[in-house]
Design a binder for this molecule. Structure first.
Ligand code: ATP
Length: 239
């Protein structure tokens, strides 16, 4: 039997299970990241979101299940994922505060097979005018955008954003949402994990909901916001 491969999917998790000792962090999770689309990953605390991002980025190996990239099953490590074009930002900032803003982006792109002009990236995240200042002088919101710029320095096909909006408000959140939509419009697949529901729902094209390590719902932001199982999962989680 020949397998039909969906070419719009750039990165897929297939039946991923991840156990830590007795804890089942993910159970039989399927997830498809599409080119030119933002996928929101939500769920109460401990639902498995970060574990799934860790599996997709090759940081941890699942107990079972497979990763498919560009239609091909792959053994997936951090190095292989990075070289294939999967970039990630972390909850904690990975910026070198004593280096200049542009040096941070240049360092990020050092091992890239597809080098990108760091000044072009900085213009894109609205930091072009700050290129030669030390990164430590940036505001909280600017540091977050620099984190995204560093991820973009490898010209990724997929970008995994783990809580990029945490602690941001107002104008900073609007700029971040515009930036993420711009990255999507260039054809990149985006995964967005964030606890700020309004920001996430306004930014994504589709949503996957995890609870207790399992996918309990998926759909458009509108569908998810009126899904009774999702509302119950959140009400029961004391968030
Ligand atoms: N390295 C680890 N060792 C042991 N247990 C872990 C490890 N990483 C995650 N877990 C457990 O796996 C489950 C899922 O955790 P995970 O951090 O993926 O959830 P999350 O949805 O990202 O939560 P949050 O929203 O609080 O960040 C939790 O029960 C967590 O305690």
């Amino acid at each position: 039997m020949t397998e039909t491969i969906d070419k719009t999917v750039v990165l897929a998790a297939e039946k991923i299970t991840a156990r830590f000792g007795g804890i089942v962090a993910l159970k039989d999770v399927d997830l498809a990241v599409r080119r030119g689309s933002v996928l929101g990953l939500i769920g109460p605390n401990g639902a498995g979101k970060t574990t799934l991002v860790n599996v997709l980025s090759g940081l941890i190996q699942p107990t079972s299940g497979r990763i498919r990239f560009d239609g091909v099953h792959r053994s997936w490590t951090l190095g292989k994922a990075a070289r294939s074009g999967v970039a990630r930002t972390f909850q904690a900032s990975t910026v070198f505060r004593e280096f200049s803003v542009v040096e941070n982006v240049s360092i990020g792109g050092l091992n890239s097979k597809r080098p990108v002009d760091p000044h072009q990236i900085l213009d894109r995240v609205d930091l072009g005018g700050r290129a030669h200042e030390v990164a430590g002088s940036l505001s909280f919101g600017e540091l977050r955008r620099l984190g995204v710029a560093i991820a973009l320095s490898t010209a990724p096909k997929v970008i995994l954003l783990d809580e990029p909006g945490a602690g941001l408000t107002g104008h900073d959140l609007t700029m971040l949402a515009n930036l993420i939509r711009g990255i999507r419009d260039d054809g990149t697949g985006v995964v967005l994990v964030d606890h700020n529901m309004r920001f996430l729902m306004n930014t994504v094209d589709s949503v996957v909901v995890l609870e207790g390590g399992m996918v309990i719902a998926e759909g458009s932001p509108e569908e998810i916001q009126r899904d009774q199982r999702v509302l119950a999962a959140y009400l029961g989680s004391h968030e």
